[in-house]
Ligand binder design. Structure first.
Ligand SMILES: CC(C)(COP(=O)(O)OP(=O)(O)OC[C@H]1O[C@@H](n2cnc3c(N)ncnc32)[C@H](O)[C@@H]1OP(=O)(O)O)[C@@H](O)C(=O)NCCC(=O)NCCS
Length: 177
């Protein structure tokens, strides 16, 4: 599988995370509001360090604003079975609703099909997580599944529904034509 460790979009650079990024990553990963729908967090400092150390270039990316070099989030594409990968994203709450999620989502899907030569890309999110599934809608993914009470919401301490979204290589190709 071919990989690249840096992806560029109009306003963002996606590049490998390093231990120098600790303060930036911890500024969202340790905050309950920011990780409300995640299966992890809020992180201790040790958990954030472990995450950064485990972040594989080409699969996990820091999201940096081209305008000022600020690290505003992370995202990734994670191989899961033959020619298949899962995508995911987290941005610092100060940077929501500016279109960055949609922008990085487009870049991950393009990378997955054009560089990694994947057959299928999927994503999972809480059914309450409007921002995340709207990113999936915006980047051409289809809702394929609605799982009832499938996700333990650690902050709210309740079982919540989860959506499965996906896009196939042929769907991507017909969208970019
Ligand atoms: C999910 C996330 C990355 C979306 O990023 P974003 O940069 O805000 O997304 P965009 O600006 O491209 O917005 C996409 C859509 O979601 C909406 N949206 C984004 N965040 C929202 C929020 N917190 N509440 C309501 N709507 C939101 C936008 O208005 C936009 O709607 P539209 O397409 O109908 O116009 C961001 O909200 C986030 O980091 N959330 C916390 C971490 C998380 O839950 N990650 C996903 C786990 S599956």
């Amino acid at each position: 599988m071919k990989i690249k460790d840096r992806l560029d979009t109009e306003r963002l650079i996606l590049r490998p995370l390093t231990e120098n990024d600790f303060a930036g990553v911890h500024s969202w990963a340790s905050v309950p509001e920011n990780v409300r729908y995640m299966s992890w967090g809020p992180n201790s400092a040790e958990e954030t360090i472990d995450f950064i150390r485990g972040a594989k270039p080409g699969f996990e990316f820091g999201v940096v604003l081209k305008a000022d070099g600020q690290l505003i989030g992370s995202c990734g594409i994670y191989p899961s079975g033959k020619d298949t990968a899962e995508v995911g994203w987290t941005l610092h709450r100060d940077h929501w609703k500016k279109g960055y999620g949609t922008e990085l989502g487009h870049a991950l899907v393009e990378y997955g099909f054009e560089v990694m030569s994947l057959h299928r890309i999927f994503a999972l999110c809480a059914a309450d997580n409007y921002g995340s599934y709207r990113v999936m809608d915006n980047i051409g993914m289809r809702r394929e599944g609605h799982y009832l009470k499938a996700l333990w919401a650690r902050i709210d301490k309740e079982w919540i529904d989860q959506y499965l979204y996906a896009i196939l290589a042929e769907e991507y190709q017909s969208q970019v034509k």
